[in-house]
Design a protein around this ligand. Structure first.
Ligand code: SF4
Length: 423
């Protein structure tokens, strides 16, 4: 196999703290080979696996992974022990586990000729930046990359730059990506101001024509747009513009996706799940009365309470969001093959919307916990809930969702939403 050129994040720590959260939240789809390996492991009651639960079940959602691991009554993976450890790992070692379990929370994405390593913020240890530096884990990462990157990988086609413009070379796309990352590098500038400026120049970029702008001209264009955005947003405004009526509805519909938890029970009764989802969507579109049931961590509270919660932000807000956004950019986890083939500009808007989405969920958690302001724990939990879907939930890849992101940008609502909730 050819050598894989890995690009590692420099700003993230992570080690597994055995919280078992991933083994409770995720449905683990496995290949035919993995199923056969688990069959050969011959799990019985003596190993703590009840005969009343299936070890492996059919997965009709995927042709390449036609099976999934079974679940205990509370929804946890059939192999999860009470101490938060994995039975397969304990009995046969790490390599005997399904690949998806071994990789999580790492994600490997194409970046020109390189493969970039990202991390999923649905893992609480990633959100809290706990553990060893990811860059120091190169040995394990090389091993995992070999398992996921196809033999003789050359490079995938680059993502489109805007919804209308297609063909830029990877080298030009990477100039835009590195400008996006640089926009959040300075830890002295408030994150919210950095995000407003970046949304502004990406919006100008999304309206540009690239027919004659390639190579060094991209550098000139970026310099010009970034300077214009800095002039537009010299500092954070004291007044917040009203979000358009339609923008509010679209935003709430986004929350109804990001706040959901897909449980084993829902998969077992898809009609009930669809009905619940339809009811939740209707309630979010209306935006009045009590919030519907989406997730056990999000108890019913009133929509009005969430909207009017004047809570301030915890001290760690800037560091957490700056790291999150930079990790998604460095990991190419916002556009192209890693993000439903969104163009770079639309993908960035979608990432920017994670700020108000997460803050809205954090308010919901805070009110449900009777906190008088959003705490760092509320914010971290909200991020873990929302990021579980970002790049993974199929709904986000559908055309209506993508159009919602583009509409919110064209109505000018993205900066308003950010400012409204990041107060
Ligand atoms: S197989 Fe092990 S690591 Fe994978 S989800 Fe189940 S308990 Fe967790």
């Amino acid at each position: 196999m050819a050598k894989i050129d890995l690009q590692l994040p420099t700003i993230q720590n992570w080690s597994c703290h055995n919280c078992g959260g991933c083994c409770r939240q995720h449905l683990i789809a496995i290949t035919e080979d993995e199923k056969q390996r688990i069959d050969r492991q011959k799990w019985t009651e003596k190993d703590g696996i009840s005969e009343s639960v299936a070890v492996v079940e059919k997965n009709s959602d995927s042709k390449t992974r036609p099976w999934r691991l079974g679940h205990q009554k509370d929804g946890a993976c059939v192999f999860l022990q009470d101490d938060g450890l994995c039975r397969i790992h304990a009995k046969f070692g790490e390599e005997a586990k399904p690949l998806a379990c071994r990789l999580y929370p790492y994600a490997f994405h194409p970046m020109g000729k390189k493969i970039t390593v990202g991390l999923r913020y649905s893992c609480p240890s990633v959100v809290a930046n706990k553990g060893a530096g990811v860059a120091d884990q190169i040995g394990d990462l090389k091993k995992y990359a070999k398992a996921v990157v196809p033999d003789h990988y050359q490079q995938t086609p680059p993502p489109n730059i805007t919804p209308k413009e297609k063909s830029l070379e990877w080298s030009d796309i990477l100039k835009v990506v590195s400008s996006l990352d640089a926009a959040f590098e300075d830890a002295e500038t408030p994150f919210t101001l950095q995000m407003l400026r970046t949304v502004s120049w990406v919006n100008l970029l999304s309206q540009s024509s690239f027919e004659k702008i390639q190579g060094t001209r991209i550098d000139d264009l970026l310099e010009l747009l970034i300077a214009a955005a800095e002039m537009e947003w010299e500092e954070l405004p004291t007044e917040v513009e009203r979000i358009s009526r339609i923008g509010r509805v679209m935003f709430r519909l986004m929350i109804s996706v990001y706040g959901r938890k897909e449980t084993q029970q829902e998969l077992d009764s898809p009609w009930k799940s669809r009905l619940l989802s339809l009811k939740a969507t209707t309630k979010f579109a209306w935006g009045g009365g009590q919030t519907p049931e989406l997730y056990e961590m999000l108890p019913p509270v009133s929509f009005a309470e969430i909207e009017n919660f004047n809570c301030g932000l915890p001290e760690g807000f800037d560091e957490l969001f700056r790291r999150y956004v930079r990790m998604k950019i460095q990991g190419m986890h916002f556009c192209g093959a890693a993000y439903y083939f969104y163009p770079v500009t639309t993908g960035f808007f979608s990432l920017a919307l994670m700020v108000p989405v997460t803050l809205w969920l954090a308010r919901w958690i805070a009110i449900g916990q009777n906190h008088d302001q959003v705490t760092q724990d509320d914010l971290e939990l909200a991020m873990a809930i929302a990021d579980h879907h970002h790049g993974y939930s199929p709904v986000l890849g559908l055309s209506p969702f993508r159009k919602r992101v583009e509409y919110l940008n064209s109505f000018g609502d993205i900066p308003r939403l950010i400012l409204n909730y990041a107060r």
